[in-house]
Design a binder for this molecule. Structure first.
Ligand SMILES: [Zn+2]
Length: 188
């Protein structure tokens, strides 16, 4: 990931949330976001026949989401048979690719945080989607309150794995731990 990207993503996610009237302390709404930006969302259940079967059967791996070029720009194809928390992560990941103006192609995903694009673009989309789903500020408030991963998952409507990832890797818990160590040291 290029230098400075994480700080940029942190700011950008808050700006994008603010455009939807959302602060850093509640669930992100990828569907409202797509709507706001005129990004069409095509649900797999809306497709019929061979196209649908093809996408569901390829390499034995279920499609979770993909960016596909359409005449007016880009659309997101999402597998709406998956659990909502999973869909929200997939949607946020694909939206992050759109926001970051990445190249795209149809891809299959076995991992909720990856779409198969690979390389730096994939890392950037993964990080930005994380900031959209659970912003650093939101994670920090929870870390200060000693919230469990389950609480974070529930509040932000994400899977437990995504909540754990954000609480442990956004820097929130690390910052709280360091601050407490410093204070307890100063008191001695
Ligand atoms: Zn991707």
């Amino acid at each position: 990931m290029r230098r400075g990207f994480k700080a940029e993503a942190k700011r950008l996610a808050l700006e994008l949330r603010a455009e939807l009237g959302l602060n850093a302390h509640g669930p992100f709404d990828p569907y409202a976001f797509a709507d706001e930006y005129g990004i069409r969302v095509i649900r797999l259940s809306e497709l019929s026949g061979p196209a649908r079967d093809h996408l569901l059967q390829r390499e034995g791996s279920a499609l979770s989401g993909a960016l596909i070029p359409i005449a007016t720009g880009v659309a997101i194809l999402e597998n709406d048979a998956q659990p909502l928390a999973r869909r929200r992560t997939t949607m946020s990941h694909e939206l992050a690719h759109v926001v970051l103006a990445h190249e795209f192609g149809v891809s299959l995903a076995a991992d909720e945080r990856k779409c198969g694009l690979g390389g730096a673009q994939e890392e950037e989309a993964d990080w930005l989607s994380g900031e959209l789903l659970i912003p650093y500020e939101g994670a920090l408030r929870l870390a200060r309150a000693d919230a469990a991963d389950e609480d974070a998952a529930k509040l932000f409507q994400v899977s437990l794995a995504v909540a754990r990832w954000r609480m442990n890797h956004s820097g929130a818990r690390t910052v709280v731990r360091r601050t407490r160590t410093k204070w307890s040291g100063a008191r001695r």
